[in-house]
Design a protein around this ligand. Structure first.
Ligand code: PEP
Length: 251
């Protein structure tokens, strides 16, 4: 963990969660007890942002969106703008998740426009980067991640408005994780790039690790240098698992 950086543990519910799922969020709220030494966030489907915000009100647990359009409003059927997420109670939005990149053809320039939209709306952007299994096998991990960082991050990114999530695509939802040494190497290289491009800010930007984080591996992953928290998919759907990950910071 990097000394002065306050970690963030963010749960991405993806396209999971009807109203009944709010009970899990209530259990997260109840189970946290004393305020944890980290920021805790849940990113539900857009339909649950407002009810989740009401469920968590006063708890300190933050609410985020999973994606946004780059425009504030207009003829974009089915899309949700950053302003709408903010209006609904979100403080943050994930952009460039690998599922969006792969299934919706989101290129780096689109991710960048979405991050800029998040900033315009006063939201923190969690910008996701990460290599595929094929890219990893070809020894291209750093090259891919550096390219995504270069083209997906707005020039106006600061430690306050931007979080990076390093998520190896092959580790998402598979139960596989990189070795601690691999995570350390990639996170250190991300830190170097951030410091070079954003003097004064890059040293303080949070870099989350994401990909099959669960209670049993959280302590090891979250203790790695330049790992400033986690982006959690599957394990965020069950309060006990999510709390088990947050608890890695109390250990
Ligand atoms: C994710 O999709 O961001 C993710 C990290 O998923 P999981 O934790 O399920 O691997």
């Amino acid at each position: 963990m990097t000394g002065a950086i306050r970690p963030l543990v963010a749960g991405n519910w993806k396209m999971n969660g009807l109203t009944a799922q709010l009970a899990e969020a209530q259990s997260v709220r109840n189970g946290l007890g004393a305020p944890p030494p980290v920021d805790v966030m849940i990113c539900p489907p857009a339909t649950l942002i407002t009810p989740l915000m009401l469920t968590l009100k006063g708890s300190g647990v933050l609410v985020g969106g999973q994606d946004c359009h780059s425009e504030p409003c207009g003829a974009f059927t089915g899309d949700v703008s950053a302003e709408m997420l903010a209006d609904a109670g979100a403080t943050t939005v994930i952009v460039g998740h690998s599922e969006r990149r792969a299934m919706h053809g989101e290129l780096d320039r689109i991710v960048r426009a979405k991050a800029e939209a998040a900033h315009r709306a006063g939201l923190i952007a969690i910008v996701c980067v990460g290599e595929t299994a094929g890219e990893r096998a070809a020894g291209l991990t750093e090259e891919v991640v550096h390219r995504q960082l270069a083209h997906s991050l707005p020039d106006a990114a600061t430690a306050a408005n931007t979080v990076i999530a390093y998520e190896p695509v092959w580790a998402i939802g598979t139960g596989l994780t990189p070795t601690a040494a691999d995570v350390a190497r990639v996170h250190a290289s991300i830190r170097e790039r951030l410091q070079a491009r954003f003097p004064g800010e890059g040293a303080r930007m949070r870099i989350l690790y994401g990909g099959s984080v669960k209670p049993s591996n959280a302590a090891e992953l979250l203790a790695i240098d330049h790992v400033n928290g986690a982006l959690v998919g599957g394990a965020s759907l069950k309060a006990s698992d999510f709390l088990g990950i947050v608890a890695a910071y109390k250990a």
